[in-house]
Design a protein around this ligand. Structure first.
Ligand code: PMP
Length: 456
């Protein structure tokens, strides 16, 4: 009874993020009740392996008592402190120092936000302020990459390059431009890394020329495109783009909201290519999703220009919950857990995950297997040679998500028929093997779908 009424209350009152209102009313909510490690339990008592760490965020896994303690202890002592008026509290100061110490290069200054979207939005504001301070206010044009995701605020959604975030919202703005994604599996140039890198370099150069070299403020990129379908650039791509931005004199912003905190191995994926962005955004794994928090990491150079430009004037950008002490206390404990063994486990588990997913290449529906560390995807097709996507009328996103759920597995299922994986970094070898085994069952069952009979 209680469950039924909860489901009805959800239908009547709770608006779910990125959902079809009507679709959700019809399908209803699946209520999760508890979790431990990488295992979720729903309100029927059913257990599921979380192959997606919530929403690519619970990197440390569920149920760490020490994180609960850190939050409770901070709430008891000081649940809130503003950062306005030169005030502050200990946890965000220690966290900023810890991040600066671990971040690549001279990303020594940290601005805390509530999540990833407002971290991205904050960078847009900081970048504009930076160019004003340098006397180049006309540098107000921004470039990002097709299939990219940079959040859901009005300005960030325009840098995002997924149609569902634009249609009906009046974005992108005229100052937001895109270049093509590397998307190796479907790149018209083929999958030769050097050709793809050269094409991206040429396209960014041409885009900057077209807009005007003195008009471009910044280039935004995810080290691995997440929400676009886990698109991994060829080795050397990120570095080539970073070097080009330096040559052209435009700021390079790495959006590490998904790739940060051990997802690909190191604490930040920029380290995979030895690059240092001018600004870096992160969130998700920062607190492992236990409480909301994001951050902007700012290089010495950007910081000094903004500081000099503002002089004694306050820089009008802030949130009530910037540098929240409870979130920061959680993040510090999460970092201690990561460095106490979870990062290392994630590196081992990531190798096993990639090797396991590779064994699925023999399946008639698997067109591509890609990923790095604990961030991976399978792209499903009905014809491997032609790379034919699953039929859209099959509604792969909901159909495949449901089928995985029935097999006790939570994965991300993208509309194009892509399975996304981002398991907690604490997964055991047995759990990784089970994720792969359950995926094979989902694929086998999908072969029997009426829409695919006689097609595959
Ligand atoms: N940037 C990237 C690369 C992301 O993947 C996301 C979230 N998936 C965001 C920004 C936005 O973060 P949030 O949902 O915490 O606002």
């Amino acid at each position: 009874m209680l469950t039924n009424s909860l489901h009805e209350l959800d239908r009547q009152h709770l608006i779910h993020p990125v959902s079809s209102f009507r679709g959700h009313e019809a399908r209803g909510v699946r209520v999760l009740r508890s979790a431990k490690g990488a295992t979720l339990t729903d309100d029927t008592g059913r257990e599921l392996l979380d192959g997606f760490a919530g929403l690519w965020c619970v990197n440390a896994g569920y149920g760490h008592e020490s994180i609960v303690e850190a939050a409770a202890e901070q709430m008891r002592r000081l649940p809130y402190a503003t950062g306005y008026f030169d005030l502050g509290s200990e946890p965000p100061i220690r966290l900023a120092a810890a991040l600066a110490e671990r971040a690549p290069g001279d990303l020594n200054h940290v601005y805390f936000t509530l999540g990833g979207s407002d971290a991205v939005d904050s960078t847009i504001r900081f970048v504009r302020y930076y160019w004003h301070a340098r006397g180049q206010a006309d540098r107000d044009q921004f470039i990002s990459v097709e299939q990219g995701y940079h959040g859901s605020t009005t300005m960030g959604a325009g840098l995002t390059a997924l149609p569902g975030f634009h249609d009906g919202f009046g974005v992108p703005y005229a100052w937001q431009h895109k270049i093509s994604s590397h998307y190796l599996y479907r790149n018209p140039l083929g999958d030769d890394p050097q050709a793809v890198i050269a094409a991206s370099v040429a396209e960014l150069r041409a885009k900057v020329d077209e807009i005007g070299a003195d008009r471009v403020a910044a280039f935004y990129v995810e080290p691995i495109q997440g929400s676009g379908g886990v698109l991994v650039p060829p080795p050397g791509w990120l570095k080539a783009m970073r070097d080009l931005c330096a040559e052209l004199g435009i700021l390079f912003i790495a959006d590490e909201v998904i790739t940060g905190f051990g997802r690909t191995g190191p604490i930040f994926a920029c380290a995979d290519e030895g690059i240092v962005p001018d600004l870096l955004t992160c969130a998700k794994g920062l607190t492992s999703g236990y409480v909301p928090m994001g951050a902007v990491l700012m290089s010495d150079h950007v910081y000094q220009v903004i500081a000099e430009g503002a002089g004694a004037r306050a820089i009008g950008h802030g949130f009530t919950y910037s540098a929240h002490p409870v979130s920061a206390a959680v993040a510090l404990e999460v970092l201690a857990l990561y460095e106490g063994g979870i990062f290392e486990n994630g590196i081992r588990a990531g190798k096993r995950l990639m090797a396991g997913l590779e064994t699925l290449r023999d399946h008639p529906l698997v067109g591509d297997v890609r990923g790095r560390g604990m961030l991976a995807a399978l792209e499903l097709v009905t014809d491997k040679a032609k790379k034919t996507p699953l039929p859209a009328d099959m509604q792969p996103a909901t159909r495949l998500f449901d089928r995985a759920w029935e097999q006790g597995l939570v994965i991300r299922s993208f509309a194009q028929g892509i399975f996304g994986y981002a398991p907690p970094l604490c997964c055991t070898e047995a759990e990784i093997d089970e994720i792969v085994a359950r995926t094979r069952r989902v694929l086998d069952l999908t072969l029997d779908d009426p829409e695919l009979r006689g097609v595959v």
